[in-house]
Design a protein around this ligand. Sequence first.
Ligand SMILES: Cc1cc2nc3c(=O)[nH]c(=O)nc-3n(C[C@H](O)[C@H](O)[C@H](O)COP(=O)(O)OP(=O)(O)OC[C@H]3O[C@@H](n4cnc5c(N)ncnc54)[C@H](O)[C@@H]3O)c2cc1C
Length: 379
Amino acid sequence: MDFNLSKEQLMIQQMAREFAEKHIEPVAEQIDRENKIPDEIIQGLAELDLFGIPYPEEYGGADGGYDGYVLAMEQIARVSGGVAMTLSAHCLALSAISVFGTEDQKKKFMTPCCKGEKIASFAFTEPATGSDPKQLTTTAVKDGDYYILNGTKRFISNANWPGVIVVFAVDSETNKPTGFLVDKWCDGYSISEPWDKMGMHGGQLLDVYLKDVKVPAENVLAGPGMGYPILQLGISFGKVGVSSTALGGILAAYEEGLRYSKEKMHRDKPITKFQSIQLKIADMAIKYEAARWLTYRLGMLANNVKDPRQFAKEAALTKTFVCDTMVEVARISMDIHGSYGLMNDYKVARIYRDAIIGPQIEGVADMQKMIVAGVTLAD
Ligand SMILES: Cc1cc2nc3c(=O)[nH]c(=O)nc-3n(C[C@H](O)[C@H](O)[C@H](O)COP(=O)(O)OP(=O)(O)OC[C@H]3O[C@@H](n4cnc5c(N)ncnc54)[C@H](O)[C@@H]3O)c2cc1C
C-alpha cells in the first residue's frame, strides 16, 4: 500500500491546478452569474487533454487513467463546480461508450469528444423518473436498419453542446431499456431553455425532445435490451466524476473557511484564537482527508473493474459519503464566516449552493445506500 502520488499523477494534478488557478478562477464568479462557460476555457481544457483524461490515446484520450482523472477533477472543481460538472457528465457518457462500444463506435463517437471538439451527454432521466429504468417511456421502434426514437429526457447535462448523447429508450423488439448513440442536433432533436438550477452554474441542464429521431441500428450500444448493465456500470463510472467534483468543493470550502478564520479579527486577534473555530477547522481537515482518500481509491478501482457489482457498491458508497461531506464542510465553512457566508459576494455561498446538488445526482443518496446494502447482503 503506497499513499504517495506517482510522478505522473503529480504532473496531472499540478497541470490541472495551474490551469484552474490561472484561467478558470478569474472567471469563476462570472460563470456562476451567467451560467455559461467561456469558449476560451473550453478550448484551454481541450488543449490540455482534460476532456479525455482516462481514455486510451487511440480514441483521442490522454491515457491518464481514472486516478489521473480524479486528481485533475478535484483541482478544477476547487475553483468551479460548474466546469467540473460539465466534464463529469461528459465522461459519464464516454465511459459508457468506452466499456460497451464497438471499435467503430469508440473511434467515431469518442475521438472528437476526447479531443474536446465536441461534448458528450448521457440521457436517462425523464419527467416521471430519474431512478427507475422500468418507468422509462421513451420509445425506440425498429424500422428496417433504423430505430425511430420518441420521448422527452429531463435534466440532461451538456445537451446544448454538439456531440454524442447516449439515449436510453425502450426498444420495440426486446421491450427493455436499450442504449442508443445519437448525434445531438440531428433531425428531430431539440432542447428546452436551461433549467434555472441553484448551483453548479456553467454546467447547463436542459430537457431534450426527441421527435421521430432516426438512429441507425449500428448505433445501438452493447445490443438491444442491454440498457440495465450500461446504466449500472456507466453510472458507477459517472460517480467517479461526481465524487471528484464534490471533493474539489470540499477542498474549496475548507480553504475558504481557513483563510477567513485567519483574516477575521476580534479584539485585534484572528478568530482562530477561539477554540470553537479551531474545532471547526479540525472537522474540515478530518472530513477532507477522509473524502480525499476514498475518492482517490475509487479512481484506482475504476482503472481495473473486475466485478461490476462490487464496483457499483464502491462507487455508491464513495459518492454518498463525499457528496454528503461536501454539504457538511460547506456548512461548517459558512458558520466560520458568520453572516458574511450568507452573502453571494462570498465564495463560500457559491460553494454551498454547489454542494447541495451532489447528493441528488447520479442516483439520489438513499438509492446509493440501497445499492451498498444490496451488494453487501448478497455477498
Ligand atoms: C446538476 C444535475 C445534473 C444532471 N445531469 C443528468 C444527466 O446528464 N443525465 C440524466 O439522465 N440525468 C441527469 N440529472 C437528473 C438526476 O440524475 C435525477 O434527477 C436524479 O437521479 C433523481 O431523479 P428524480 O429527480 O426523478 O427523483 P426520483 O427518482 O423521483 O426520486 C424522488 C425521491 O424518491 C426516492 N425514491 C425513488 N425511487 C425509490 C425507491 N425505489 N425506493 C425508495 N426511494 C425511492 C428518492 O430517494 C428520492 O428521495 C441531473 C440532475 C442534476 C440536478
